[in-house]
Design a binder for this molecule. Structure first.
Ligand SMILES: Cc1cc2nc3c(=O)[nH]c(=O)nc-3n(C[C@H](O)[C@H](O)[C@H](O)COP(=O)(O)OP(=O)(O)OC[C@H]3O[C@@H](n4cnc5c(N)ncnc54)[C@H](O)[C@@H]3O)c2cc1C
Length: 194
């Protein structure tokens, strides 16, 4: 089997020797297809005693959400340090709302406190697999791109034509995100006749 390691920067060819195998697959990573035979589904109920419970779930806090879940979103619009401030995210939020997209961001943004960690895309954030990923003001560090490998198409908006995200993108716009994103939103509105 091929195992994804180090945030997607290494693909390991591994042989499985264990009797029981646990496989996980990223959302949208593979198309579901009929294999011909019925699969046996068995319910496994582990027998645990107190000594096994070194870690416990003591509560759950739902993440604040704008409605569209980042891992499942068909379109994700993200902003990076290029947004300049929390207020600089307004064009990102506007475009995301128009497209029915989830909002994402880079770690520089969560560290600055402009957006919550639940919106961080990348190795230590959420891994996404949308039809379209719009990354504005994001340089495209390896750790960020590790979360975007499942994206079918990437549109990058960056002032720097040499930023790594531009090489990873299918479409690139060299420009100021504070001008380019509102222009895209205005064009969408115009075409919708709104
Ligand atoms: C262990 C580890 C784990 C990490 N995990 C993650 C992770 O999960 N996700 C993640 O994102 N990062 C992660 N990082 C951090 C990562 O290395 C980068 O520091 C981070 O992604 C940079 O964020 P950024 O692209 O927003 O900022 P920068 O790298 O500062 O890039 C800002 C970009 O904005 C452009 N820009 C500036 N102004 C404008 C403008 N007005 N209009 C358009 N473009 C503009 C600049 O040209 C630049 O390319 C991790 C790092 C480590 C060490």
């Amino acid at each position: 089997m091929t195992r994804v390691r180090w945030g997607g920067s290494l693909l390991e060819e591994a042989a499985v020797h264990a009797d029981r195998v646990l496989l996980s697959v990223a959302p949208h990573a593979v198309e579901a297809a009929a294999t011909g035979g019925p699969a046996e589904v068995a319910t496994f109920t582990p027998q645990l005693d107190e000594a096994d419970l070194a870690v416990r779930v003591v509560g759950r806090v739902p993440a604040p959400s704008g409605g569209v879940s980042l891992p499942d979103a068909r379109v994700v619009v993200s902003g990076g340090r290029g947004a300049g401030s929390a207020d600089g995210f307004a064009p990102v939020l506007e475009l995301a709302a128009l497209l029915g997209a989830a909002v994402g961001c880079s770690r520089a943004v969560t560290i600055a406190g402009w957006r919550p960690h639940t919106e961080q895309v990348g190795q230590t954030g959420t891994k996404i697999a949308p039809e379209l990923y719009i990354a504005a003001g994001i340089s495209g560090a390896t750790q960020h791109l590790a979360g975007t490998r499942g994206a079918k198409r990437i549109l990058a908006v960056n002032k720097d034509a040499e930023a790594p995200i531009m090489a990873a993108a299918d479409y690139a716009v060299v420009g100021d995100m504070a001008e380019v994103l509102p222009a895209i939103s205005a064009e969408i509105r115009r075409r919708r006749g709104a």
